[in-house]
Design a protein around this ligand. Sequence first.
Ligand SMILES: N[C@@H](CCC(=O)N[C@@H](CS)C(=O)NCC(=O)O)C(=O)O
Length: 227
Amino acid sequence: MLQLLIGNKNYSSWSLRSWLLLRVLDIPFEEIRLSFNDPDFRLQVLQYSPAGKVPVLIDHGQAVWDTLAIAEYLAEHFPDAGVWPEDPQARALARCLCAEMHSGFGALRTAMPMNVEASLPGLGMTEAVQRDIDRLVAAWTDCRSRFGDAGPFLCGTFGAVDAFFAPVALRLTSHAVALPAAAQAYVDSLLALPALQQWCEEACREDDFVAADEPYRTPDRRLRTAS
Ligand SMILES: N[C@@H](CCC(=O)N[C@@H](CS)C(=O)NCC(=O)O)C(=O)O
């Protein structure tokens, strides 16, 4: 059976992408969850992947690391699972958006890190973050209007491109970012996925505060800026 090495569900947005893709596409796997707080975290990951980061997919001893490579590996090994859309134009756009998410949206990712259990309205909003959000809204609206007829996701049915944006949906929600109706509807479709709800429930149960991931909060969860 496939195995997937992941980090803390509360914080690990990259882990969520591969985990959600596997779960929603119904590809069986065993989850191996590590903690960023474990002093041996890096050593443990290095036993599987020379890159030392999660997620790592392990298929009979073969390690596949990095979310884009994992998506492509799954597409190759499970060609009927729906990792990419069947329509070539939709497929090209889905790949572009995954790549754009993978290498971009730096302001949003830095200022609004994923933190499932937190409620952080207003925290992190800057002009650069708003530009990233505007780009997200434009990309989602374009994709939904061109290819979204068959369902509530970017290219209709759920695929890798939606898994890549799922952590963004959680960031926008925990930071209470106001979105145009169409973008909010897409976020709501992601949040309604039972698999994403399961991830969030498990994230909330972790209770494993990682200081490096929460420079704005104290270990008792209070905002550092709060009086
Ligand atoms: N480009 C990588 C990013 C992976 C990544 O940065 N993972 C983080 C967790 S979300 C990690 O392992 N951080 C631990 C570290 O850097 O030591 C991917 O797409 O998988």
